[in-house]
Design a protein around this ligand. Structure first.
Ligand code: GLA
Length: 685
């Protein structure tokens, strides 16, 4: 188990610490404090380009080697960032063409970070040069165990740039995709609003315009920008593989907020690392959902420093952040709880951002492990130290364990981007919230969930949920049919299959290519404004504990062989099916034509759980989050209390907790924000 911090040694030299005689002397104290906290890894250097190369071609990696040497003595491993997220000012001055142009045609200037266009050949050259120099200077250091590429790719809305070089790459990308102009015109539907082109050069980039761009062009633009970012990362990965073949490569991703295909990116990386926003959210199921999404990005070909098989949290907030309106402190023990939530869902490395609150720069009020004083007598340092001691013991037990899920929620970046386009049937529909309704129902019943893209092999899942895949490629629809044909249970919903991969609406009825799978056709759909509701009249096998509303969207369904499970209670489509089930091959395809409240999804999961033989991990009070990591003959359960009050758990057999080493029997009050880590051989709740 890796446990560590994000360290910026370049901030901690004289005059910010150290002395004129020994300007780097603070580093030794930092290493001491890290050792005491149980730190065994640090990430460094992700913004250090200007310190490595203060003037073009004049390199200085000596200072970083001196820091790394200190870590050798302390047996602390190192991950180095390639510093390309923060190009030095001399580079922007010499080559202003690397600066990104925004959708209005305005330059985004130098002076912060991420001020570069990823289509710039000049920038690629400079990146290759610094990465080569860095790997040459430090790549053989014995403490180095992995590289992080760049930092926060796509952050600060830098996924797209509108430079001339971008235009050049865009046209080349389109040419590779469509081959002929005629094909582009046909598949992009450029007859609409007179947008036909006769030459590749005429295809616009979707810059600020009087009204909305062609969604077929927009979706390609999103794909192109994503491919650009992934190519930029791949360029660095290939170089690092050539120069230091034994060192795995990772990158700090954020929970799907950035506009590139994270699955594609995860393929490029040897292992996935994430930045966790845990401190600012309140709902544990939302955090759990994001963690499961990130864990699911890379399921195979994982190559980690210690041969483990999960993911890292390379930036876990240690305290408050600095970018909310009010940046409140994290309450005592909450960092510990969040850390365990990440570990319980598969993390095998946790590094806190950042080691010490910087005295300089724009993040000086960002909560660190140490405060500005650097003394180490602060509350957060003490808490991190305790976690460090615990994880040291737990690491041995957790090594090689993974999360095993038999249910899965589908997610597709193409679809997510498309759902954000304007001119949606209902602008109040929010896919993230829709996914969360299903996720909550599984999470709150302690049923593990993976996420997958529709093109993955789904055969290992007993249950697959596909919420609102409005943009669904023909090939994806075929794979869903195959999954059900072979015995799977698929749940899909309204707002599915309205357009294909070219953003063309079907003339064969909704959902396109899937009407046979579901045994129905959606004749029309009725988006409802917030506050307006229809109701479900339940029929057949599905048992309802509440009166379930139909909100935001009602599909008017014509059944064509399916079984009707619920219908609408009112309006002109009263009596029409709202929820159906169809046998297809050896499996079942369930269709939910509307959105409801959370209780509906609880009922749904109770029903599906029995139908699909899905078992909850443990039966505990609803407010306790449970997850499990397993390997042959070992099952480790994590019980987390996200509440501010204790929760009573009854143990019917003696039970062993790894954290305290104690054995519990009878009633146990899990304290506020408390955590238990139990093993199955002795633990029965
Ligand atoms: C990201 C970056 C860090 C820092 C934090 C602030 O995670 O990687 O450098 O700026 O955001 O939240």
């Amino acid at each position: 188990m890796y446990f560590g911090v994000d360290y910026h040694p370049e901030h901690w030299v004289y005059p910010y610490d150290g002395t004129p005689e020994a300007p780097e002397s603070r580093w030794e104290r930092d290493v001491e404090l890290m050792v005491q906290a149980g730190v065994n890894v640090v990430r460094m250097g992700e913004f250090a380009w200007g310190c490595y190369e203060p003037e073009e071609g004049k390199y200085d990696f000596g200072w970083m080697r001196r820091v790394m040497d200190l870590f050798t003595k302390a047996e602390i491993k190192v991950v180095l960032g390639t510093p390309t997220a923060a190009p030095p000012l001399w580079l922007a001055k010499k080559h202003p063409e690397i600066l990104p142009i925004d959708a209005r045609g305005l330059k985004r200037h130098e002076g912060t970070r991420r001020a570069y266009c990823m289509n710039s050949n000049v920038y690629w050259d400079y990146c290759q040069r610094i990465v080569r120099e860095l790997a040459g200077a430090l790549g053989n250091h014995p403490q180095l165990i992995a590289w992080q590429i760049d930092n926060g790719l796509g952050g600060h809305d830098t996924e797209a740039s509108f430079n001339e070089e971008t235009r050049r790459d865009w046209h080349a990308w389109l040419k590779a995709k469509y081959d002929t102009i005629d094909r582009l015109n046909e598949l992009m539907g450029t007859r609409f609003w007179s947008q036909g082109v006769t030459d590749w050069d005429q295809v616009p980039m979707p810059m600020a315009a009087p009204t909305v761009h062609n969604p077929a062009l927009l979706i390609d633009w999103m794909r192109f920008c994503s491919d650009t970012i992934v190519a930029f990362a791949r360029m660095q990965r290939d170089l690092l593989r050539e120069l230091t073949p034994n060192l795995p490569v990772t990158q700090n991703l954020r929970a799907l907020t950035r506009l590139f295909d994270h699955f594609d990116m995860a393929e490029v990386m040897d292992f996935v690392s994430v930045d966790s926003n845990a401190t600012i959210k309140t709902k544990s199921a939302e955090l759990a959902c994001e963690i499961d999404m990130m864990r699911s990005l890379k399921k195979t070909n994982i190559r980690m420093p210690d041969g483990d098989c999960g993911f890292w949290v390379i930036e876990q907030k240690a305290g408050n952040v600095n970018w909310q309106e009010v940046n409140s402190l994290l309450r005592p023990q909450v960092v510990r709880l969040f850390t365990y939530q990440l570990v319980s869902r598969g993390a095998c490395g946790v590094l806190y951002f950042l080691w010490r609150q910087p005295r300089i720069g724009s993040e000086k009020f960002y909560g660190g492990v140490l405060t500005h004083t650097g003394r180490g007598d602060n509350r957060v340092y003490q808490e991190i130290k305790e976690i460090g001691q615990e994880l040291k013991q737990l690491g041995r037990v957790l090594k090689g364990t993974r999360i095993a899920a038999e249910s899965c929620i589908l997610t597709s970046h193409d679809n997510d981007w498309n759902l954000k386009f304007v001119n949606q049937p209902n602008k109040y529909f929010n896919q993230r919230e829709h996914v969360q309704l299903f996720y909550n129902a599984l999470h709150d019943r302690n049923i593990p969930v993976d996420f997958a893209r529709p093109t993955e092999d789904l055969s290992k899942y007993k249950l697959v949920i596909a919420p609102s895949l409005q943009l669904l490629a023909g090939g994806e629809a075929d794979l869903l049919k195959l999954y059900v044909q072979n015995g799977g249970t698929l749940v899909a919903t309204f707002n599915t299959g309205l357009v294909d991969e070219h953003h063309i609406a079907p003339d064969t009825g909704f959902p396109h290519d899937l009407t046979d799978l579901f045994g129905l056709e959606v004749l029309e759909f009725d988006p409802l404004p917030p506050g307006e509701e229809n109701h479900l009249t339940i029929k057949g096998a599905f048992a309802a504990t509440h009166l379930h509303p139909a909100k935001l969207w009602c599909d008017a369904i014509e059944p064509k062989g399916c079984q009707v499970l619920a219908s609408y209670a009112k309006d002109f489509y009263a009596g029409r099916p709202a929820m159906t089930m169809n046998s297809f091959g050896q499996g079942r395809a369930i269709y939910i034509g509307t959105m409801s409240h959370q209780f509906f999804y609880y009922d749904l999961i109770v029903w599906l759980r029995q139908m699909c033989n899905l078992f909850p991990l443990l039966k505990v009070p609803d407010t306790v989050e449970v997850s499990m990591r397993e390997k042959e003959n070992t099952r480790i359960y994590f019980l987390l209390n996200h509440q501010n009050s204790p929760v009573r758990i009854s143990f019917f057999k003696p039970m062993h907790d790894f954290l305290t080493g104690k054995t519990f029997t009878g009633n146990y009050d899990l304290p506020p924000h408390g955590v238990l880590v139990l093993d199955e051989q002795t633990a029965q709740v």
